[in-house]
Design a protein around this ligand. Sequence first.
Ligand code: SAM
Length: 313
Amino acid sequence: MALLYTDAEEAERTREMSKPIPNLGNSKNTIEILNKYKFVFQKRYGQNFLIDEHVLGKIIRSADITEQDFVVEIGPGIGTLTQYLAAAAREVAAIEIDDALIPILEDTLSGYENVTVIHEDVLKVDLRKLAQEKNGGKPIKVVANLPYYITTPIIMGLFENQVPVDSITIMVQKEVADRMKTGPGSKDYGALSLAVQYYARPELVANVPPNCFMPRPRVGSAVIRLTRHEKPPVEVRNETLMFRIIRASFNQRRKTLVNGLGNAPELRIPKEQTTTVLEEMGLPAGIRGEALELSQFAELANRLEEQMEKTLE
Ligand code: SAM
């Protein structure tokens, strides 16, 4: 039976079929490319390249990339994960800081017409504008084996700058993945846990041992998927105030919440005020911030804001 395609579908099919098969997900081909360009690893850029096809496949599957997706990759390295993303997505923008990797990427991604390499520090790229230009402002998918030294600013930047994001699937240090998922009572619980859980639903995809990278990192890694909430799970009248309270609570972890909020320069909330609110919430005056869960931080912020408004009246 003959299959009939429109001209546009036929063109797309031909383009799909002509995409090269990813070939960098192993140590042999990675070493070959690194030697060809006499590449020197830059420790300051957190360079640990993936050399495991199984892990790469898992990242792509859990990120749920389809031919409709526009994907942003942060730190493509020599283009290993990028090849997989390009094979699965409609379009990929890969942001790389290291000058030495740009000619390598031109080589390894030469067969993929749907990839744009942006030679820039990701923290300086306006991702909101990029999503607007390349995806009509619709939610994008972010996928990356992140440079570990700037994991937190990258994630917080994506959330706080209101980049339209559908999901973020990232390789991070195992300990950071644990911090994102945990709640009160764990030593890993902190401002990052609360911010991530306010904006997204974190799911651990896989633990990844050091031998899946070149060079091997000293610690274990994990792939985590953060699926953005359509609406945050708690209602907060003033997000900035809530996050200031959260930061102040964990900056002075060993202090009571009352002292922490009283000492923080950006808050300076009178101790009596916090004590009254805690009492209204049925919490002990000597409680530490690390004992509160997200819904309690939201309630605390809402009640403190109400009090501040009353004081101003
Ligand atoms: N994606 C590649 C892979 O999985 O093999 C490389 C991942 S490696 C952990 C991190 C990459 O991020 C490196 O290529 C590094 O040069 C790049 N990088 C580091 N800091 C960056 C920044 N501020 N902006 C953009 N890229 C950065």
